[in-house]
Design a protein around this ligand. Structure first.
Ligand code: AMP
Ligand code: ZN
Ligand code: ZN
Length: 425
C-alpha cells in the first residue's frame, strides 16, 4: 500500500519492485575495532571468503569521533553524531544535566540521549521483527521502542553463546523469527587497545572473531537459510598505535582547575568558564605541533561536528598516534601504550571493516571507501522497508547491490529534496 501511494505521488515510470520475492533477513555483525586492513591478515579466512562471494570495502569511513558509541549509532541511524546526539563516549548535555558514560546504564538509559531513528525501530514500525545480541542503544528504550528481543549489555557473555542465541532466533518459525538481527563482539578492540594493532595478540583476536563469523555462517547454512540471509559484517572504527613518546600535556599550557575537561582522548572536549573560551583557544593554538584547536563553531565542516549542544565549546584533536593528557593523568593511568582510536575519521588507520554477502548483494566487488552514514539506507533497502531521512544515501553504496533500487531510496538525504517521498522522522 505504501509503495502504491508513493508511486502515485511521483511522476515518471513505475518504480522497480521494493520487496524481494522471499523477504530477506539481514544479520548485522559488528567487530569492534576491526580495522579495514585486518581483513588481509592471516586469521581473517572466513571473512575473506565471505567477501569473495559478496563485497568488501577498501575501508568504511567511520563517524567522527571514531569512538564506539558515536560510530555504532551512526551506522544504525545513518546520521552524523551532531544529528543523533551521541557525540562522544563521555558527554554532558546542558539540558539533561548529567554526564553520559558508556558504563553508566542508569544515566545512559535516559531516552533523551538517543536521537534519530535506529534501524531496529524503522523495521519494527513496519512490522519487521528485530533482535539484538548487543548494539549500543539496543538495550534501552530509544525512539519510543526496542527490538523485539535484546539483551542488556554484559561483556562477559561468551562470544560463542551470542552466536548460538542468534542462530536460535533465526531458527524460529517465519512468523516469529526476527528479520533484522544485530550481533557484537569487542574482541579485536580489546586486543588493539592492550597491545597495539600490529601485535600478534591482534592476529589471535582476528582469528577468533573470524571463526565466530564462520560459526554464524555455517549455522545459517545448516538452517537452509543461506539464500535468504544477508550477512553484513562491519566495524565501528580502526586502531592505531600510541606511545609514551607522543603525549601532549595540556597542563603545560593551561590551568585545568579553571575549566571542565569533559572527555580526553583523542578528541578532548573543554568547557572553560563562560567568556573564557576564546582565551583558552588563543593559549592553545600553536602550542603543540600535533594538536588542533577549535571553537565548536569552527570545527572543520568535514567532521560534521558543530551542530549539537553536547559538543563541548572547545574541541581539541590530536594528530594520529598522539595522546592528549596531563601530568596527573599519566601518573594515575600510566604512560600511553598499545593502541587507540577516535582520531580524524579520514585517516586510513581509522578505517573500518565492511563486508557483505547474500541475496541482493553484488558478488566479488571491492568498493571504494564510503562513509558509514550510508549503511542505514543500504540495510533498509535490503530489508525492503522505507528508511527515515538520514545523512546517507543508497546511491553512495549502490555498487554493493545486485538488482534495481526501489523508489523509496532514490533520494533520501536529510539535506536534499524536501518534496521527496521518504518518511519524515
Ligand atoms: P571504546 O572505549 O570506544 O573502545 O569502547 C569499547 C567498549 O565499549 C567495549 O570494550 C565495551 O566495553 C563497551 N561497549 C560496547 N558495546 C556496548 C554496549 N552495547 N553497551 C555498553 N557498553 C558497550
Ligand atoms: Zn569501538
Ligand atoms: Zn576501543
Amino acid at each position: 500500500m505504501a509503495l502504491l501511494l508513493a508511486a502515485a505521488c511521483r511522476p515518471g515510470p513505475a518504480p522497480a519492485s521494493v520487496a524481494p520475492a522471499v523477504p530477506r533477513t539481514v544479520v548485522l555483525v559488528s567487530l569492534d575495532g576491526f580495522r579495514a586492513d585486518y581483513l588481509d591478515r592471516p586469521g581473517a579466512v572466513r571473512l575473506r571468503a565471505l567477501a569473495a562471494r559478496g563485497v568488501r570495502a577498501q575501508r568504511m569511513i567511520p563517524a567522527f569521533p571514531s569512538k564506539t558509541f558515536p560510530a555504532h549509532f551512526t551506522v544504525i541511524t545513518g546520521l552524523h553524531p551532531e544529528h543523533h546526539g551521541l557525540v562522544a563516549n563521555t558527554m554532558v548535555d546542558p539540558a539533561i544535566g548529567t554526564t553520559f558514560t558508556i558504563g553508566d546504564t542508569l544515566v545512559a538509559r535516559d531516552p533523551r540521549w538517543w536521537q534519530g531513528e535506529p534501524l531496529w525501530i524503522t523495521a519494527e514500525r513496519q512490522g519487521v521483527r528485530t533482535a539484538s545480541f548487543y548494539w549500543p542503544g539496543s538495550d534501552y528504550e530509544v525512539a519510543g521502542g526496542r527490538p523485539t528481543d535484546y539483551r542488556p549489555y554484559d561483556g562477559r557473555v561468551p562470544n560463542a553463546a551470542r552466536v548460538r542465541q542468534v542462530l536460535e532466533w533465526l531458527a524460529r518459525p517465519a512468523a516469529t523469527a526476527p528479520r533484522f538481527v544485530m550481533l557484537y563482539f569487542s574482541t579485536t578492540d580489546d586486543a588493539g587497545h592492550a597491545h597495539g594493532p600490529e601485535a600478534p595478540q591482534v592476529d589471535t583476536a582476528i582469528a577468533q572473531v573470524d571463526s565466530l563469523v564462520g560459526m554464524l555462517e555455517d549455522g545459517i547454512a545448516a538452517l537452509g537459510a543461506t539464500e535468504r540471509v544477508v550477512l553484513v559484517v562491519v566495524a565501528d572504527h580502526g586502531m592505531t598505535a600510541i606511545s609514551a613518546d607522543r603525549v601532549i600535556y595540556l597542563d603545560d599550557y593551561l590551568d585545568l582547575s579553571t575549566m571542565r575537561v569533559i572527555d580526553w582522548m583523542p578528541v578532548t572536549g573543554l568547557a572553560p568558564r563562560a567568556g573564557e573560551e576564546d582565551a583558552v583557544v588563543a593559549r592553545l593554538r600553536g602550542a603543540h605541533p600535533h594538536l588542533a584547536v577549535y571553537r565548536r563553531d569552527a570545527v572543520p565542516a568535514r567532521f560534521h561536528y558543530r551542530a549539537h549542544p553536547r559538543i563541548p565549546p572547545v574541541v581539541l584533536i590530536a594528530d594520529e598516534g598522539w595522546t592528549i593528557s596531563s601530568h596527573d593523568r599519566v601518573k594515575l593511568m600510566g604512560p600511553p601504550r598499545g593502541g587507540t582510536h577516535g582520531y580524524d575519521n579520514q585517516l586510513p588507520s581509522m578505517g573500518a571493516l565492511f563486508v557483505a554477502a547474500g541475496p541482493g548483494v553484488a558478488r566479488g566487488r571491492v568498493l571504494p571507501p564510503f562513509g558509514s552514514v550510508h549503511v542505514y539506507p543500504l540495510l533498509a533497502h535490503l530489508l525492503g522497508i522505507r528508511p527515515a531521512r538520514t545523512d546517507g544515501s543508497l546511491d553512495s553504496v549502490r555498487a554493493a547491490l545486485r538488482g534495481p533500487i526501489d523508489v523509496f531510496h532514490r533520494t533520501q538525504r536529510r539535506d536534499g529534496d524536501p518534496g521527496g517521498i521518504f518518511r519524515d522522522r
